[in-house]
Write a protein that binds this ligand. Structure first.
Ligand SMILES: [Zn+2]
Ligand SMILES: [Zn+2]
Length: 263
């Protein structure tokens, strides 16, 4: 029987979908180790890490979706940490777009652009440049066993498919011809009319409210999550980095549409 961990460790013949959004480039052990340190080690709640994630608007699409997949697959399908992070970023986006009103049309570009690189990308780069001495770069067999459910991405695919009816109509017009807000990469990519800003602000305010409710639904005595609240996590993460990554994850292959660079 083929070892399902093969796709984590870059086997030339991976078993099943890779732990990543692009079958040609599955996530490496160093990427998974860094994401796990943020999820299980609680690093994502450290003030300095949070400030860095504010400046970079979260992780890049590859690692942002990798982080969500890791939480969904390994934490019983309750992505509270991802929801808290995305709610925080979308809340900041609402305030940034509000501030952009009344300023020259270059305002969104300055307020919504990244001012730091992706934390996970930086760690992988460090390991590649000879930082194997970092204990995070050396997986144990026990740790690899904990990653065992990841390659199938069963819960993540199920989450995307179950919420698609909600998120697809609210997707970015530029990425998916949806009726939702322009995603952050598309807001940065071109000139944004006043009407675009108004629509974006209203959609982001609605998204922020649904993310808050979804987060609260995972806490003691919180409200029940509605379908549109569960979809808000997909929409929020896609807003920060574009819709190419979730489409690729849903299809089990690299999708053809939408920007993917970390901008
Ligand atoms: Zn990255
Ligand atoms: Zn877009």
């Amino acid at each position: 029987m083929t070892d399902p961990l093969a796709s984590i460790t870059r086997s030339p013949q991976p078993a099943g979908p890779p732990v990543g959004l692009d079958q040609r480039h599955p996530l490496e052990v160093s990427e998974l180790r860094q994401l796990w340190s943020m999820l299980d080690g609680g690093a994502i709640m450290v003030v300095e890490v949070r400030h860095r994630l504010w400046r970079s608007w979260g992780l890049c699409p590859r690692h942002g979706w990798g982080f969500l997949a890791m939480e969904v697959e390994l934490r019983g399908g309750h992505p509270l940490t991802s929801t808290v992070l995305v709610e925080d970023l979308v809340g900041r986006a609402v305030r940034a777009v509000r501030r952009a009103f009344g300023r020259p049309l270059s305002g969104p570009r300055r307020l919504l652009g990244t001012r730091a690189s992706c934390l996970t990308c930086d760690f992988v780069d460090l390991v590649r440049r000879g930082g194997e001495g970092n204990p995070l770069a050396r997986p144990t067999r026990e740790w690899l066993d904990r990653m065992r459910p990841l390659p199938a991405l069963a819960a993540t695919s199920a989450l995307l498919a179950a919420t698609e009816r909600e998120w697809r109509p609210r997707a970015c017009p530029g990425c998916l011809a949806g009726g939702g807000p322009l995603c952050r990469p598309h807001l940065l990519a071109g000139s944004v009319s006043l009407d675009d800003r108004r629509r974006t602000l209203a959609a982001l305010e609605d998204l922020s409210g649904r993310l808050t409710r979804y987060g609260r639904s995972m806490t003691w005595r919180g409200p029940a999550a509605r379908p549109e609240d569960r979809a808000a996590l997909v929409e929020g993460l896609a807003w920060t980095g574009g819709w190419r990554a979730p489409l690729g994850l849903l299809a089990g292959r690299e999708a053809a549409a939408g920007p993917e660079r970390h901008v």
